[in-house]
Ligand binder design. Structure first.
Ligand code: GLC
Ligand code: GLC
Length: 826
């Protein structure tokens, strides 16, 4: 028996963690629109507004000692025993502990010596603030006298410079405090973070205790914690009394101190709001002189730049009662009822239901919001929204809130270059392409077709094609989105190599297969050192498959719009690509992966290592290239034989054990990890879809289960969260096969959503109607799907009395508003 750290509570859509010392911090995300928080099962993590780099609100220390340092902490001093409801940072043994992660909220409950402390964390809808409702309950039959402290540490806005520019940072910090002692009528205590507010920033943050006044506060870290103390022994908490410190420079924090008397059996709620606000340039400052505003500020008398706090005050007022907080929480839960109701399955397999009805959909919302920017593996400073990543993510999300997916498509396309090339990433705050990473990843353009066609099939909204979208955000350069798609398609056509296969550029989907970036200098980036572009012959079979698969979607779209001529033109290029793959891209038993700079084969049986790669098997088999000769099926057989393992299919086999400068970053990873023989979960669904398209229901299901979190058995080995997909699980050649890493932000979420809903359960929106084309394990005898599609609702029961693995042919249910019930027997 392996040890478990928690369990699924499906009725409440929660994952319940019962032991705080999880094998890695198990986190959740708060907020789903503008204001976001990452929160671990011990309340570690941080908040930001839109952009984890440029608008970081609270500070975090990544990869720190101990792991998961800093968060929103509550300390309780009960007669000298100091503890936290979430166990950390004091780690005082608790009498009970539970953390419930669910759809954009987390509830952490701990108890000690007859006191139960429960904290609900969430971001109310359309609100730029995290609300924390703390409930303290005396479960004994004698009175209790407790001291409660809140704690959070401000980040000086730009998370990158916050972690490096100390000569400046340690002098700039400024705060304001509205406290009881100063403001007679002030029924709350609010601490404001205003570093750099007087000059170029139009935003401030605040942390308020809203439903009562605090008995003290701290805003200077050193005064609260003590210079040589740990967060597990803050001096103020040990002293049982705040220092009432006023920060100037160094590290500003926000802490409230409350003296709490609880009668026997009594329970009390304390509401905290951690928010962000922006002011228009001409409304930034409070016109009243400081003396009248009854405030404390870092600069004291000299401060004539007092924040105009209208926005913060409105939020503080709004959440001043438990009723208001509970109502906002109910709204959040109702939103999730609605989002999840768009696709629900009922089957006899509770793990399938759990993935489809709850956790896979939830993760798709999260990847849609964050792309690859901020997780416990992505620091929030390195990456923004990926061009390819975001196009894939939105496919998992488009059924939830189509209007947001629509806007995302426009935002992404706006960063494209006039020749169809793309910035690889853009910043969510500015929506501008990120120059540090640049472009030249030749798969990028095709993903725009992938995302846009998925959006239109879901919504029927062809009007998006007429939207005027700029190139590289340059005003005046706008052309229709349809034109962006045409240019995207052409980008591949115009960039083919000696075999008529797509040139790879800096890399294709596999960021680490850098066939034109030769680097022997450790100070260079593998991916952006594009020093071998001239005369390069490096071609990608992955892009070839992607081009054929998504190109056909483009053709289908053109036909649906009556653009026969363009459809025919595109069709000819697709046909030519298929021929090129059959002629130069087949290695005998599987599809090649690439040709390198010199024109040598990559992913061939002739190679000693890296004989076979998953990406080209997945994509070329999904595109069914060489169908007449049975190439897709042969490739799938080879993948099953050479790539598969207990935990899923590895990316390449055998993994590289030496550095191949001509392959780039890939061969720098130790064998079995990441793009070098790791189980890169993102690409397993490509194989699953290809299996489904080949009618192999049992195979598709077996592989689906291998990587789906609901089937994880050994939580210690898997290490990361057991309720979401992770990017990578260590492969069969790794030191510890089965160990997961890089959880949450991965295209795996969207791809598995697509796989299980459209290719296994087989419910797929098309331009004409809802296609039903199941490809299931023979022993799945029946299931029922409720699918809300456009303004219709379909209740579809699939029966499989004879144990088939697929339908003989797809059934297309016509699109008609209203509710419809169908039964389909295989
Ligand atoms: C990461 C990147 C993604 C890339 C993949 C493979 O997940 O976010 O863009 O395709 O790695 O390299
Ligand atoms: C690294 C990772 C890869 C990721 C890339 C993004 O190369 O291995 O997975 O896509 O960084 O920059």
């Amino acid at each position: 028996m392996t040890k478990t750290y928690g369990y699924f509570d499906d009725v409440r859509r929660e994952y319940v963690i019962t032991n705080p010392a999880t094998p890695f911090p198990w986190i959740n995300y708060l907020g789903n629109e503008d204001f976001f928080g990452l929160i671990s099962n011990t309340a570690g993590g941080y908040d930001f507004y839109k952009d984890a780099k440029f608008r970081r609100i609270t500070r975090y220390r990544y990869n720190s000692v101990p792991m998961d340092s800093v968060g929103r902490y509550f300390y309780i001093n009960d007669g000298g025993t100091v503890w936290n409801p979430g166990w950390k940072p004091c780690k005082t043994p608790l009498d009970s502990y539970e953390c419930r992660h669910s759809m954009n909220y987390t509830r952490i409950t701990g108890s000690k010596n007859g006191v139960e402390a429960s904290v609900l964390f969430f971001v109310p809808l359309q609100t730029w603030a995290e609300v924390q409702k703390v409930t303290l309950k005396n479960t004994t039959n004698a009175p209790k006298h407790l001291k409660l402290f809140s704690y959070t540490e401000w980040c000086l806005w730009n998370a990158a410079t916050d972690g490096e520019n100390f000569q400046r940072n340690l002098s700039t910090g400024e705060v304001e405090i509205e406290t009881a002692s100063l403001k007679e009528k002030c029924p709350y205590t609010a601490i404001y973070h205003k570093t750099e507010y007087k000059e170029r920033r139009n935003h401030y943050a605040y942390y308020a205790l809203t439903n009562i006044r605090a008995d003290g506060y701290d805003t200077d870290r050193e005064s609260f914690v003590g210079l040589y103390n740990e967060l597990s022994e803050p001096q103020a908490v040990l002293d049982g009394k705040a220092a009432d410190s006023l920060a100037h420079g160094w590290s500003p924090i926000a802490s409230h101190y409350i003296d709490v008397e609880l009668k026997a059996g009594e329970s009390r709620d304390f509401i905290f709001v951690l928010g962000y606000a922006e002011n228009a340039e001409n409304e930034k400052f409070d016109p009243r002189p400081l003396a009248n505003s009854q405030l404390l500020t870092s600069l004291g008398e000299k401060d004539h730049h007092i924040i105009n706090k209208t926005h913060a005050h409105a939020i503080i007022d709004r959440f001043a009662t438990v009723e208001a907080v509970d109502a906002a929480f109910a709204e959040l839960c109702a939103l999730w009822d609605e989002l999840l109701s768009k696709f629900q399955v009922e089957s006899t397999d509770e793990r399938l239901n759990r993935m489809v009805n709850i956790w896979n959909q939830y993760q798709c919302m999260i990847t849609f919001c964050f792309s690859r920017s901020a997780s416990f593996f992505e620091s929030g400073v390195g990456r923004g929204m990926g061009f390819r990543d975001s196009n894939q993510d939105l496919v998992g999300f488009v059924h939830q809130v189509p209007s947001r997916a629509r806007q995302r498509i426009i935002d992404i396309a706006s960063t494209q270059f006039p020749d169809g090339g793309c910035y690889h990433q853009y910043q969510p705050l500015t929506k501008r392409g990120n120059n540090d990473i640049g472009g030249g990843f030749n798969d990028d353009p095709m993903w725009l077709i992938f995302g846009t066609t998925a959006y239109i099939r879901e919504t029927g909204d062809y009007s998006i094609l007429d939207e005027l979208v700029p190139w590289d955000n340059q005003p005046g350069s706008e052309v229709s989105l349809l034109e962006h798609l045409r240019i995207s398609f052409n980008h591949v056509v115009e960039n083919v190599g000696p075999h008529g296969l797509p040139l790879i550029g800096r890399a294709d989907w596999n960021d680490c297969l850098n066939l034109n970036c030769f680097s022997n200098d450790p100070n260079e980036s593998f991916q952006t050192t594009g020093n071998k572009n001239e005369g390069s012959k490096a071609e990608s079979l992955m892009i070839a498959g992607l081009f054929v698969f998504c190109g056909r979607q483009y053709v289908e779209l053109c036909r649906a719009r009556g653009l026969e001529h363009e459809a025919n033109r595109a069709g000819l290029h697709i046909e030519a690509m298929c021929q090129a793959v059959e002629k130069y891209g087949w290695d005998g038993a599987w599809y090649l992966r690439a040709y390198d700079y010199y024109g040598n084969k990559v992913g061939s049986n002739e190679n000693e290592e890296g004989k076979i790669f998953i990406e080209s098997q997945g994509w070329c088999a999904m595109a069914r290239i060489g169908e007449e000769q049975g190439l897709p099926e042969k490739a799938l057989d080879s993948a099953a034989e050479l790539l598969d393992s207990e935990h899923g299919m590895v990316l390449n086999w055998p993994a590289y054990t030496t550095y191949h400068i001509e392959l780039g970053e890939q061969s720098t990873y130790p064998a079995g990890y990441k793009e070098n023989g790791g189980i890169f979960c993102h690409n397993n669904p490509w194989v699953i879809i290809a299996q489904a398209l080949a009618g192999r229901g049992n195979d598709a299901w077996t592989l689906y289960k291998k990587i789906a979190p609901a089937w994880i058995e050994n939580q210690d080995l898997h290490k990361v969260e057991p309720y979401v997909y992770c990017q990578m699980v260590a492969g069969k050649e790794a030191a510890k096969p089965g160990e997961g890493k890089n959880s949450w932000l991965t295209g795996t979420a969207a791809w598995n959503w697509l796989t299980v809903t459209q290719y296994i359960l087989g419910i797929r929106p098309t331009y004409e109607g809802l296609e039903v084309n199941p490809c299931i394990p023979a022993d799945l005898k029946e299931y029922k799907v409720t699918r809300k599609w456009r303004d219709a609702e379909y209740v579809i029961t699939v029966k499989n009395p004879n144990g088939k693995q697929h339908a003989d042919q797809p059934t297309v249910l016509p699109y008609e508003p209203g509710k419809h019930e169908y039964t389909i027997t295989l």
